[in-house]
Design a protein around this ligand. Structure first.
Ligand code: GLN
Length: 454
């Protein structure tokens, strides 16, 4: 009731929820109470969570914040949400996001932008919460849920976490089932939690993760007790600092934050080593070929027949065209056009195939560094703090917006786990985050190290 009341009072200001499931929340909470009274209960018994609109939730609004999915209510839950309910969690509602998770500011949502609960000192200007999981990050930061699910294809968990002073982890590709999560770029997509601190994120990820027959890329490995990693000493740990992440034009404040992070880990007993990830500069351009290529294929199913919106036409072809023209926003159309272009017969070799080769090189860069004994890599999470809603410069050129992902996309291209952890405030009093990147399936080291920074 306290969370529902907070949502009812504050959601108009933040626009974090696109659907609030009052009745379902109370019903689930009652069932939790009954289990607890009998001395039963799971790891998340009674914990109220917000769910990104990308996850299928039975009988509840699931539209990836797109007009094309108008009215869609799935008859099943995603594996991740089913896992959370099985552990006793309670659903508060569905959270705003960039349309089909394409964006870095939550401004491509059909339901309008989300506002970041943070303001710069002495200013009342509205700031973005980041994207695409902007609703998840804002809701957690504003106490409108105890934790939230999110997804990350190129940074959509970590960048919004950094912009809102929250913790977000993208696990190793395959750690969490993608079944029942609306697909954006299937070889990059992973779900993870956004939470108020590292411990909450560790507890939530344990519940979310599982092997699943319905997602053949999910991996059959025991899910460790991530919480047990917290508080362990960093003695003997090797932390890599990649020189390629020291980008031209990076604000001095980001560099200062990075240096602070290095000092904290050194003081905690870790050994700091300089490393090189030579193909880093190709990650962003390669990502913006691979991700749209997969998206153009995944989004072919929104045809006015199977789900949501239908805009009639004189025949079926015109109906498809009318539905897709009216149903998709500008950014989604841009991705579909880029994707179909790079996959087309004449350009496949020049763009898509090259991008896949670059992806292999990026992955090898990381493999080499880990083979040299590095346990974890420390970088900034984003190149700046949160920017303004409807920022002229950011929205003047899509590439400017894409540059927000410069520190996060490499992790998805290589399938590695990455966590964003709050590390301080900039000169205007806005949160900044650091990112830790780990070996495949070594989320424990990320939680252990992030806990020292938070
Ligand atoms: N901002 C990136 C994009 O627009 C990443 C999005 C995401 O991780 N879902 O593609």
């Amino acid at each position: 009731d306290a969370y529902l009341g907070a949502i009812d009072a504050a959601n108009e200001a933040f626009n974090a929820y696109v659907a609030v499931t009052h009745d379902k929340a109370r019903e689930m909470a009652k069932a939790s109470d009954a289990r607890l009274a009998k001395g039963e209960g799971g790891a998340l018994e009674g914990i109220p969570l917000g769910i990104k609109d990308l996850f299928a939730t039975e009988g509840v609004h699931t539209q990836a914040c797109s007009h094309v999915l108008d009215g869609f209510k799935p008859r099943y839950d995603s594996t991740v949400t089913a896992n959370l309910w099985a552990d006793g969690a309670v659903m508060l509602g569905k959270l705003n996001m960039d349309e089909f998770a394409m964006g870095s500011s939550n401004e491509t949502s059909y339901y309008g932008p989300v506002t970041n609960p943070w303001r710069a000192e002495g200013s009342n200007a509205q700031l973005v919460p980041g994207g695409s999981s902007g609703g998840s990050a804002a809701a957690v930061a504003a106490f409108l849920c105890a934790g939230a699910t999110a997804t990350d294809t190129g940074g959509s968990i970590r960048q919004p976490a950094a912009f809102t002073g929250t913790v977000g982890i993208k696990p190793t590709y395959g750690r969490v089932s993608r079944w029942g999560i609306v697909a954006f770029a299937s070889s990059l997509d992973q779900a993870g939690p956004i939470a108020r601190d590292v411990r909450d994120a560790a507890i939530m990820l344990k519940s979310m993760a599982s092997v699943d027959d319905k997602d053949t890329t999910s991996v059959d490995r025991a899910v460790p007790d991530y919480e047990a990693a917290l508080g362990k000493s960093l003695k003997g740990m090797k932390v890599g600092i990649p020189k390629e992440y020291r980008m031209d034009g990076m604000p001095a404040e980001i560099e200062t934050l990075w240096q602070k992070g290095i000092a904290w880990l050194r003081d905690a007993g870790a050994e700091i080593v300089d490393i090189s990830l030579p193909h880093t500069k190709y990650a962003l351009p390669a990502y913006y070929i691979v991700a749209p290529a997969e998206a153009s294929s995944n989004l072919a199913r929104y045809d006015g027949v199977r789900y949501g919106l239908r805009v009639p036409g004189k025949d079926i072809i015109e109906m498809y065209e009318n539905t897709r023209a009216a149903g998709f926003g500008d950014e989604v159309k841009r991705r579909i056009m880029i994707g179909t272009y790079v996959l087309s017969a004449g350009y496949y070799d020049a763009y898509y195939l090259q991008a896949q080769k670059v992806r292999t090189l990026i992955k090898r860069d990381f493999e080499n560094v880990f083979a040299d004994g590095v346990d974890v890599i420390l970088t900034p999470a984003t190149p700046s703090a949160a920017f303004g809603v409807a920022d002229q410069e950011m929205n003047s050129d899509p590439v400017k917006m894409y540059l927000n992902d410069v520190f996060t996309v490499t992790v998805n291209m290589a399938g590695l786990p990455g966590i964003a952890v709050p590390a301080g405030l900039d000169s205007r009093g806005l949160p900044l985050g650091l990112q830790l990147i780990g070996r495949p399936f070594d989320e424990e080291t990320l939680f252990q190290t992030a806990h020292v920074i938070e």
